[in-house]
Design a protein around this ligand. Structure first.
Ligand SMILES: C[S@@+](CC[C@H](N)C(=O)[O-])C[C@H]1O[C@@H](n2cnc3c(N)ncnc32)[C@H](O)[C@@H]1O
Length: 450
């Protein structure tokens, strides 16, 4: 039985859905971050449970043929990426296997085709950055957390971020540092600046910065705005967001637009999207197009269909589908996202969509009880997946097609199993899409038919 501080030699046999390598010692599973299948490493055990433990690399004895030199200078410490040490080709194989394993093990589907992972941009692809601000050795810094901690790793040039995001972050941190505005300290609850969020409209070149603070009337606010305007003359909008709660949630509910419109726009396949600070928008615009085109293909639209887009965010899938369907109804819980969705329909002169604000599980149950019929239901829930009541409501509604988009293969497989119980639906095919290169995350789109 292994115990903490043991040093072991281990061959890595697989990579988990969290992007960690895993091997076995006498049947005991050991998870070793930043390893890849085929590595043989010397590792130090840092924690153990009954059937598994975690260990950190001490030395790479034999590197896997899939191992490459990470591009990022802070990769070893940072918790943002965890697969940069694997060749990009191999990352795509890892992700396909993660999806395929979940579909088989959790969903119980043996013979469903899981296609090769689709990929678009793999470097500087992220259009959104959320960086915590803190102090290291007396210096104000921003970056990302170390794995499983809230210790900040200073990051000036994140290799997966769009260059505008890095530039904006560095300059706002410079301004905060020069003005000596205190960063928020989680332990004491003191200080002002909590996070800096930046967003880029890649096709429009519009940029947004959101500074998350504990108090909207903070000392030197005017000086900070003046400095930011000087350092970042091309920044198109600046928003102050107030979050004074003891919470891991980054954005608070109150936002104040300092200059510009308070949102940015992105254009994708001739559709313009207005994106507000609190609205969800896919982080990899090129990957997003691959994903949505596949979702539209799986919906098999002919122009006659009524579609429900549950968990619609600011209406992105709804608008993609609306061009090829009779009508689309989007359902979304965040009021600002619904406001954006309505605005987006208007901007793009798309009239066959409507958006309902509320919880998808409640609205779908309601629609099913009223006997509403729809031809296609699209699901794109957050990581925790769908409520069972929503899946049962879909089965009552009995649309011909369900298109399930997910960023979590485990909850996806759990939900697919429920949809396919009693052969109500058949899972036809599964398409992984690499929306998050160099991290363990993967997006999936599935086609189900009655
Ligand atoms: C993964 S995002 C997908 C958004 C959109 N389909 C897209 O591709 O941009 C999930 C969305 O579900 C929303 N959401 C979370 N819980 C919800 C619920 N119970 N009912 C409706 N929407 C919900 C979130 O606010 C978010 O906009």
């Amino acid at each position: 039985m292994l115990k903490k501080d043991d040093i072991v030699e281990i061959k890595i046999e697989d990579v988990t859905h969290e992007g960690e390598g895993v091997g076995k010692i006498d049947g005991f599973a050991l998870f070793v971050p930043k390893t890849v299948t085929g590595d043989v490493v010397k590792a130090k055990v840092i924690s153990t449970k009954k059937a598994y433990g975690r260990a950190l690399i001490e030395e790479i004895i034999t590197p896997s043929p899939h191992r490459v030199e990470p591009k990022c200078s802070v990769y070893d410490d940072c918790g943002g990426c965890n697969l940069q040490h694997a060749s990009y080709e191999h990352q795509m194989q890892i992700k396909r296997k993660i999806v395929s394993d979940a579909i088989k093990r959790i969903g119980g589907f043996e013979d469903v085709p899981v296609h090769e992972t689709l990929s678009a941009d793999s470097e500087n692809y992220r259009n959104k950055m959320q960086a915590p601000v803190g102090i290291i050795e007396g210096k104000t810094v921003a970056g990302f957390y170390k794995p499983r901690s809230h210790d900040i790793v200073e990051t000036e040039s994140c290799t997966i971020q769009h260059s505008h995001n890095n530039h904006i972050l560095n300059n706002i941190v410079k301004a905060v540092r020069e003005l000596e505005i205190p960063p928020y300290e989680e332990k004491t609850g003191k200080g002002t600046i909590r996070h800096i969020m930046t967003r880029v409209g890649v096709a429009t070149n519009q940029t947004m910065a959101v500074i998350v603070v504990t108090d909207k009337t903070f000392h030197k606010k005017g000086d900070l705005v003046t400095k930011i305007r000087k350092l970042l003359p091309k920044l198109t909008t600046l928003v102050i967001n107030v979050n004074n709660k003891k919470t891991n949630v980054i954005l608070g509910e109150e936002s104040q637009v300092v200059f510009g419109p308070g949102y940015i726009e992105e254009i994708s396949q001739d559709i313009t999207f207005k994106i507000s600070p609190l609205s969800f928008f896919q982080v990899n615009p090129k990957g997003m197009e691959l994903l949505y085109n596949k979702a539209v293909e799986y919906a098999s639209l002919t122009g006659e269909e009524n579609v429900i887009d549950a968990y619609c965010g600011l209406g992105s899938i709804s608008l993609f589908m609306a061009k090829k369907a009779r009508e689309v109804i989007g359902i979304e819980v965040v009021p600002q996202a619904v406001a954006d969705a309505n605005e987006n329909a208007k901007i793009n002169k798309i009239e066959n969509v409507k958006f309902i604000e509320g919880k998808a599980e409640e609205i779908m149950v309601d629609l099913a009880e009223k006997g509403e019929y729809n031809d296609v239901v699209v699901l794109d829930p957050p990581r925790k997946g769908c409520e069972e009541s929503l899946l049962v409501a879909i089965k009552r509604m009995a649309p011909e097609k369900v298109v399930y988009v997910s960023c979590n293969p485990s909850t996806l497989a759990r939900d697919l199993k429920i949809l396919c119980q009693n052969e109500d639906y058949k899972l036809e095919e599964v398409q992984p899409v690499d929306m998050f290169p160099h991290t363990g995350h993967v997006e999936v789109v599935c086609k189900l038919s009655r």
